[in-house]
Design a protein around this ligand. Structure first.
Ligand SMILES: NC(=O)c1ccc[n+]([C@@H]2O[C@H](COP(=O)([O-])OP(=O)(O)OC[C@H]3O[C@@H](n4cnc5c(N)ncnc54)[C@H](OP(=O)(O)O)[C@@H]3O)[C@@H](O)[C@H]2O)c1
Length: 328
């Protein structure tokens, strides 16, 4: 009997070890690399969540290519430190830090108003900022905070900047989704995520599916305008996104896990840079990418036009988009 127990435990460790090795191998093979020296002089790019992680890496890359980069984020001290570092690394002085709290529709409106007042063009909008959604809190706008930061805040921002993007066409919108959208749901009875009690881990996949469905609908509505809308999965990447809002032991476990088994920030950011810079995808829209190529690993609902239309309309109501702000 005791022998059986030891055998069972050993087998469990064996399966976990095999699973981790496969995961590590998968991450080692699936590394798209975007190798291009294409310059972006004269372009204006907004990157949300640019204070650290992949947003900061992408912003640095765009700065090195000569673009004016607007770094948007909540923690203004961290954002300004990122700005100084990016200027030093790129030699590009045309880097601006602006406050944007995606958990507040008023903050998104203030940010968009400022951009519309100060910028004459917008070539690329990178909706990168994200949280792990483990903080189960309602925002002042009455929405689950994770859903608002990841999806609704960006949804409002994108709509408010559509006029400028159209004026600057050809221009691009890049939405950072995740492979985890595959286990996400769109719950039309509770899009705000505050009525039904779900396990905390469910909000992140739900937010990432919302981003993907939203991106595809933006693409349909923007057809013929020269503005493209695409989404992507960066891979499992060593950043701090899964460290926040949890028990210190679990956070340390994730840090170790991500450190050993996941992609570096540079590797994880390749697809974002590819979609923002490459001429190969200049006219591509409504697609989902991973490792610098189109990925078919997406939930079927993502391409459902009826769902996309209904979802978009409901989101416009939730974010309080006024009739005169509805440009698509
Ligand atoms: N890392 C992964 O394995 C992975 C996998 C799939 C998808 N993704 C996605 O990739 C994107 C980048 O993630 P990352 O891993 O680079 O994360 P990260 O290092 O944690 O960076 C997240 C960024 O989002 C910003 N942010 C958080 N709350 C915000 C708010 N309320 N308003 C504005 N900005 C806010 C943070 O800025 P502050 O410090 O100012 O809060 C930070 O700059 C996210 O959308 C994430 O969901 C990541």
């Amino acid at each position: 009997m005791e022998g059986d127990t030891y055998w069972n435990i050993s087998m469990h460790f064996f399966y976990i070890a095999v699973g981790l090795i496969i995961f590590k191998l998968y991450n080692s093979i699936t590394k798209g690399k975007f190798d291009s020296k294409r310059r972006l002089d004269g372009q204006v790019i907004i990157v949300t969540g640019a204070s650290r992680g992949m947003g900061k890496f992408a912003a640095t890359d765009f700065a090195k290519r000569g673009a004016k980069v607007i770094l948007a984020g909540v923690d203004f001290k961290e954002l300004n430190e990122a700005k100084d570092e990016i200027i030093e690394l790129s030699g590009n002085q045309n880097i601006v830090a602006k406050h944007l709290d995606l958990a507040s529709f008023q903050s998104v409106r203030n940010f968009a108003k400022d951009i519309l007042k100060t910028e004459h063009r917008l070539d690329v909008l990178v909706n990168n900022a994200g949280v792990n959604c483990l903080l189960n809190k309602k925002t002042d706008d009455g929405i689950h905070i994770g859903l608002q930061v990841n999806h609704f805040g960006h949804f409002l921002l994108t709509n408010l900047l559509i006029g400028l993007l159209k004026k600057s066409a050809p221009s691009r919108i890049i939405h950072i989704s995740s492979m985890l959208h595959l286990i996400g749901n769109i719950d039309f009875d509770d899009l705000k995520g505050v009525e039904t009690k779900k396990i905390d881990l469910q909000y992140y996949p739900d937010s990432k599916l919302s981003i993907l469905v939203g991106s595809n609908e933006f693409s349909r509505r923007l057809e013929g305008t020269g503005v493209t809308s695409n989404s992507l999965h960066p891979g499992a990447v060593k950043t701090d996104i899964f460290m926040g809002n949890q028990n210190i032991i679990i956070a340390l476990f994730w840090k170790m896990f991500f450190g050993i088994f996941c992609k570096t920030v540079e590797q994880g950011t390749q697809t974002t840079i590819y979609l923002a810079v490459s001429d190969d995808v200049k006219y591509d829209s409504g697609k989902y990418y991973a490792d610098c190529k189109e990925s078919t690993w997406k939930k079927t609902i993502a391409n459902n036009k009826e769902v996309g239309k209904k979802f978009f309309e409901r989101c416009c109501d939730i974010v309080g988009l006024k009739p005169e702000e509805r440009l698509i």
